[in-house]
Structures are given as C-alpha cells and as structure tokens.
Design a protein around this ligand. Structure first.
Ligand code: NAD
Length: 250
C-alpha cells in the first residue's frame, strides 16, 4: 500500500534534479504525477520511464496560462490536485553591485512569483480534492544570508514568508502549506561548485536529491499536524559555527 495512493500531484521543475527524485518517489508511493518543466526532452523521458502514473506537461512557472493548462491536465488525467510541489528554481551567482536588474527580477520571478502563481492556480483544484498539501522548496538561503546570492536569498526568504501566509489562508480548505529547506544537494544546479564548501558541515557531504524527496514525502504523507513551518534537510549546515570557541586567557 503506497503512502500516496489516489493522490494527484503537480511537481514543478520535475524534469531533473530534486524534482525528478520527487516524481520517482511519489509515483513509487502510489501518486499520479504531472511533471511540469521547461525541459521537454528530459521531462518526457522521465514520464516515459515512470509509466502511466506520470505525464510531462510543458510548464513555465512564470506563465499563468501554462499553470491553467497544467492544472487542467492533472485533473483530466488523474483527478483533482491534492499535492502541489513548487520546486522549480534557478540560481544566479552575482554580487549586488554586479548583478543586472533583469537578472535579479528573473530569479524572483521564477523562484517566488512562480510559486505564488502555482498556489493561485491550483487552489480551486485543491479545494475540489477536499484539501491536500503544498510543499514550497526554499533553501538554507531562506534561513540565512549568502554573499553573491542576494537575489536567490531574497527569493527563498520570500517563499518562506509566502508559505506562512498561504498556510494561514488555506487551513480552512484543509490544505497544509510547508517549506522545505535543502542545503547543498548534488544536482545539475550545484554541479560546478567547490566540494570544499560542505567540508565544515556536521554531515560533510552534498545531500542526494532522494534525501530531499523523502523529506517532501514526509511533509505530504506524515506531517499531518504541521503547517506553515520549515523542514530543514541540510546536513546540519545551518546548525551553527563549526569553529571551536576557546576560553579567553586570564
Ligand atoms: P536543477 O537545476 O537540477 O532543477 C531545477 C529544475 O527547475 C530544472 O528542471 C529546470 O528546468 C526547472 N526550471 C527552471 N526554470 C523553470 C521555469 N521557469 N518553469 C519551470 N521549470 C523551471 O536544480 P535542483 O537542485 O534540482 O533545484 C530544485 C529546487 O531546489 C530549486 O528551487 C532550488 O533552488 C532548490 N534548492 C536546491 C539546492 C541544491 O543544492 N541543489 C539547495 C537548496 C535549494
């Protein structure tokens, strides 16, 4: 018996990385999944691999008409949406001084506005499903600051805040809304990063996409008394300073 039997899920950015791991795990647990992404080839290949319980839907999360089509596709194929995972995201490494205004806005558009648009578009379907769960994939950058990642950090703090407003508003509809905060995870997004960046974490390695997917599954299937809160999956990266504090000399 799968833990998501009978559930219809939309996972954005589901063609690769963390989203793809979620699509694999959610279908294995009995859900029907619409993989929404701008990467058609990867998305279609993944849907073919997963079989009839998954289908790819071209979805740019910043386009309202794409969201209408994604929700309609999900409903027609599998029934009302009871799981929405706003996972699509981009990163742009640049200082505040060097980043272009257009690049800043693009990050906010996809990472924050895209998630708002997703909840806005899916809410009627979540209501028709009689309730459900929304998982907003934020980051440790939604819990602390990072240099050279101002736009990304702002977008992920914004998503964490939006999650709380949504949780308050949607409780009456039986919809729980939580944020998930991964630390460094081995995906195409982090492929070029220096492995030394994880050396001082309590769990000193990159996380696997499946480890984030299992956290999202927990939020959807098990965390029935949790809404509006943060689930951290970061190898302890946000736990504190790894530098030992020496007693001052007398
Ligand atoms: P990834 O780059 O491997 O995957 C992101 C997916 O989002 C891609 O399939 C991409 O095509 C899709 N996407 C981008 N723009 C889109 C748009 N406009 N519409 C629809 N889809 C779009 O990255 P990932 O590491 O799997 O990241 C997934 C999420 O996890 C992101 O929100 C990211 O910010 C977050 N996150 C990742 C890490 C990490 O270390 N990898 C850490 C913290 C948070």
């Amino acid at each position: 018996m799968g833990r998501l039997n009978g559930r219809t899920a939309i996972i954005t950015g589901g063609a690769r990385g963390i989203g793809a791991a979620m699509a694999r795990l959610f279908t294995a647990e009995g859900a029907s999944v619409v993989i929404g992404d701008i990467l058609r080839e990867e998305g279609e290949a993944l849907a073919a691999e997963l079989g009839p319980a998954a289908r790819f839907q071209p979805l740019d999360v910043t386009a309202a008409e794409d969201w209408s089509a994604a929700v309609a596709t999900a409903e027609e194929a599998y029934g009302p949406v009871s799981v929405l995972v706003n996972n699509a995201g981009i990163v742009d490494f640049a200082t505040i001084g060097e980043q272009s205004p257009e690049a800043f806005r693009r990050v906010l558009d996809i990472n924050l506005y895209g998630a708002w648009l997703g909840m806005h578009a899916a809410l009627p379907s979540l209501r028709r499903a009689g309730g459900g769960a929304v998982v907003n994939v934020s980051s440790t950058a939604g819990l602390m600051g990072y240099a050279n990642l101002g736009a990304y950090t702002a977008s992920k703090w914004g998503l964490r805040g939006l999650t709380k407003s949504a949780a308050l508003e949607m409780a009456a509809d039986g919809v729980r809304v939580c944020s998930v905060h991964p630390g460094p995870i081995a995906t195409p997004m982090t492929a070029g990063l220096d492995p030394a960046m994880v050396a001082t974490q309590p769990i000193a390695r990159f996380g696997e996409p499946e480890e984030v997917a299992r956290m999202a599954l927990f939020v959807v299937a098990d965390a029935t008394f949790s809404t509006g809160c943060e689930f951290v999956v970061d190898g302890g990266a946000t736990t504190g300073s790894p530098l030992p504090v020496e007693a001052p000399e007398e």
